[in-house]
Design a protein around this ligand. Structure first.
Ligand code: SAM
Ligand code: SF4
Length: 448
């Protein structure tokens, strides 16, 4: 790959897990707006739930998630009271809606005690009509796994377990303060599989301090030996201005953008060689997996958790910092756990910011999601969906093609397409349709 190409196109851009991105949310959208939006939703609308557990028993220096290290269980227990209060408040406004997907993320939801997992399952079944085929996914910290907890998660109905690996090399683990052996990971994966959890995802990172082509290749060999259904290969996002503990990482030991690019390429080649299908920008799935089928059939979606098959009408986020996506727009809960507990326990919807989508935003959001998921969009489909907005966006796409010196994009049969060569830079191409980027320059992570 031409080094100049990487230099020209690696300027920081968003990861586009939403459009507009969270930095553009504002306090004009509050709990009252959210209550109105919930009340307006049609009774047949399906719901996907995201529950956030912002606690871990370790603090990995690379981590960009909203979490904090706790050494006692008491903060988790009081947080859960607030979480139950918010579930009741939302359900009272929404009614007993059909839930088709549940995602437990963090932090490390596996910190929850078995009794609390049981209570949470009961509360959700009481508040919502959980679909028979509901997908329930859980982010697992292998440190937390034992037989009692595994039993509780089986009773909860977990169908997919997602494990953070990052890199198995001891030197890399030391550089990011995260210690996790292959044997421990294999045992945790086996534990969930033995309890009938049918789908396993493993997260691997590239671009970590002291990471080399060799450590990444060894890690991926070990990951592949566990035969996961899905693998996410994310580029490490170094954003120490947002995540202060990332300052503990020695920047001199980070791979440069060319090394990052080579690592991403190596990872993609190894995973494809092992029979995995590349999904969007950074996921890989076995050919028969739901993500691979969704991609084949043009049903792949992108949300705050990355690539997904979730097509629920509304995504309801519960817990500190959670984001909800409703047809009308986005809302976000307060981040500080003390503020969250106070608001939720008082029976308030703990919203502090959000964004009401205009028709122009919805059209740009559709284009960006299509680019991130399908590496292209049909001009006619855009015209059908957003007649008043389509010509402006099509003209924008034409301008992108005209100014494209690097053969990243082209028109083909009425579709704006990202070429093979352009795919690694799809975030940069999507950014050309982002009406907010110039207004308010936000700092993001490097694009490759
Ligand atoms: C909530 S954690 C996964 C569950 C569990 N807490 C663990 O660490 O094993 C979610 C995933 O986000 C990814 N992640 C966290 N910080 C990141 C960063 N700065 N850049 C890229 N990916 C990151 C990691 O791959 C991590 O596995
Ligand atoms: S990577 Fe996982 S375990 Fe480590 S701090 Fe982040 S959320 Fe916690």
């Amino acid at each position: 790959m031409d080094r100049g190409l990487i230099d020209r196109h690696s300027a920081p851009v968003p990861r586009y897990t939403s459009y507009p991105t969270a930095p553009h949310f504002h306090a004009g959208v509050d709990g009252a707006t959210y209550a109105r939006w919930l009340a307006e939703s049609p009774s047949g609308a399906s719901v996907s739930l995201y529950l956030h557990i912002p606690f871990c028993d370790r603090l990995c220096w690379f981590c960009a998630c909203h979490t904090k290290q706790v050494l006692r269980y008491e903060p988790i227990a009081t947080y859960l009271e607030a979480l139950h209060a918010e579930i009741a408040t939302v359900a009272a406004r929404l009614g007993r809606r059909r839930v088709t997907a549940i995602h437990l993320g963090g932090g490390s939801p596996t910190m929850l005690a078995p009794d609390d997992v049981d209570r949470l399952g009961e509360a959700l079944r009481l508040a919502f009509a959980i679909d028979e085929n509901c997908e329930a996914s859980l982010e697992v910290d292998t440190n937390d796994v034992d037989a009692e907890k595994l039993g509780a998660w089986r009773r909860f109905g977990i169908t997919r377990a997602s494990f953070g690996v990052q890199d198995f090399d001891p030197a890399v683990q030391q550089a990011i303060n995260r210690y996790q052996s292959f044997a421990q990971t294999a045992e945790a994966v086996e534990g969930f599989r033995e309890r009938g959890v049918g789908s396993v995802n493993l997260d691997v990172l590239y671009g970590l301090p002291d990471q080399t082509m060799e450590t990444l290749a060894n890690t991926l060999d070990q990951v592949i030996s566990l035969a996961p259904d899905r693998i996410a290969l994310f580029g490490y996002a170094h954003v120490p201005w947002m995540k202060k503990h990332q300052r503990l990482i020695d920047e001199a030991r980070l791979p440069d953008r060319h090394q990052r690019f080579a690592q991403a390429r190596l990872g993609a080649a190894m995973l494809s060689g092992a029979g995995y299908v590349p999904i969007g920008l950074d996921h890989f799935a076995r050919p028969g997996d739901g993500l691979a089928r969704a991609q084949d059939e043009g049903r792949l979606r992108r949300n705050f958790q990355g690539y997904t098959t979730d097509t629920a009408d509304m995504l309801v986020g519960i817990g500190a910092s959670s984001i909800s996506r409703l047809p009308q727009g986005y809302t976000q809960n307060v981040t500080a756990t003390a503020d969250y507990k106070r608001a939720a326990l008082a029976g308030r919807l703990p919203i502090v910011r959000g964004y009401a989508l205009t028709e122009a935003d919805k059209a740009a959001a559709w284009v960006i999601e299509e680019l991130m998921c399908a590496f292209g969009f049909s001009a006619d489909r855009l015209r059908d969906l957003f007649p008043a907005e389509a010509e402006r966006l099509v003209a924008g796409a034409e301008a992108v093609v005209r100014s494209d010196a690097d053969r990243f994009v082209r028109w083909e049969d009425g579709r704006f397409l990202v070429t093979e060569r352009g795919r690694p830079f799809v975030r940069t191409i999507a950014a050309r349709f982002d009406g907010f980027l110039k207004q308010n320059e936000q700092r993001h992570s490097i694009a490759v």
